[in-house]
Design a protein around this ligand. Sequence first.
Ligand code: PFF
Length: 448
Amino acid sequence: MSAPRGQFSSNIGFLMAAAGSAVGLGNIWGFPTKAASNGGAAFVVVYLVLAFLLAYPALMAELTIGRHARSNMVQALRGISTGPISRLFGSLAGFGGILVASLILSFYAIVAGWMVAYLADPFASLLGADGAAAWLTGNSVGRNLTFTAIFSGMTMLIIAAGVEKGIERWSTLLMPSLIILLLLLIVYVLTQPGATTGLEVYLMPDFSQFSPKLLISAMGQAFFSLSLGVGTMLIYGSYLSQQESLPRLGALVTLIDVGIAFTAGLLILPAMYVAQEAGTQIFSAGGELIAGPDLILQVLPALFDTMGTAGLFVAIAFFALMVIASLTSSISMLEVPVAFSIENLGVQRRLATPLVGLVIFAISSVIIINFDTLFGLVVSISTEYGQPLLGVALCIFAGWIWRRDQLLAELQKGHPGIEKSLFWKIWPWYVRIVCPLLILAAFAQSVL
Ligand code: PFF
């Protein structure tokens, strides 16, 4: 007998957890900087369209399969298979999902570790511990290992507590805090000199930058932002009660994700131009807006430094926001291999979590030690190849392999009258034909 499965206690709990997974560094850091370097509002418009036309239908495939199967990705895909070949394909995609989720977590925890170190930095400054402050922002291997370990430990503590007491409780606490911090920071930054230039760069569309590259970049961003392909949303769907409407909850998760990404742009772009006004370089030698780690780890801290004591509090609020956003995402990634270990290998959650967590931390450590060769490679393999290809596999499972009557029956649960909706008329065909073709086309463009 296996242990009883966890379940979210309410639809709000699910919503906070799924939106928490979706809202992360991808929204607050990735989205605004991609928008700024790809034509501002032109990118925003393309992203919005893709999020609803491509990412939302793919998200629905994961949620529907997950809630029906009530199990992790490997078991779920095998369970809805109809023959030995599709079962083999299901195992491959399922294990692929576990591997890619673990790889994403291994680099995500490093970046999140930087955020924890930068959150600790103003406290060290306040205490007058200048040596410690310099170490915290010094980018040494020791610093990176320490803070990746701290962040991974926090992730493990939440996951070890289980679905309701860990994932749901913490997401419900952290997501509203994230929104409050984000809004406070926006209000503060928008009152600083230079902010309106940033708003213009963000909100004035430059459609001349529209290109296949922009489309692909927006699709990758949408997939990463909605945590698609790796079984995170599938496993969260599997903890959702049958009384809830999947299309509605999925749409809400997408709206919250897109809404917070857009709102974060109202913070990051104005903040960059405020920094410029205060004398910080925000363009690279090649004339491009600084978007990578230098933005978060140099441009913004330089800005906070010019703000005197207020800057210490702004820095604390900003890096607390980043840590919170990272944590609600990292727990969803760790849950993927942990749920597999519990359900398929029979290991108890309290043991499975540290075991899996340590393996992933070991991968992070190898990346930290060989940062220049491995970091970009792992990001690229997992997010540019892994996520879209697994997304196609999930659409094929929902659209072609899974028995149609079962798929439709799952959609009807918790949503009386769905037969009259547009969703019912469009989605089952859409996920079968349009979704996989669109993803594959964009994928081919980007890698060929
Ligand atoms: N959606 C997260 C973000 O935007 O930062 C990243 C992410 C979380 C990707 C969970 C994949 C995943 F399974």
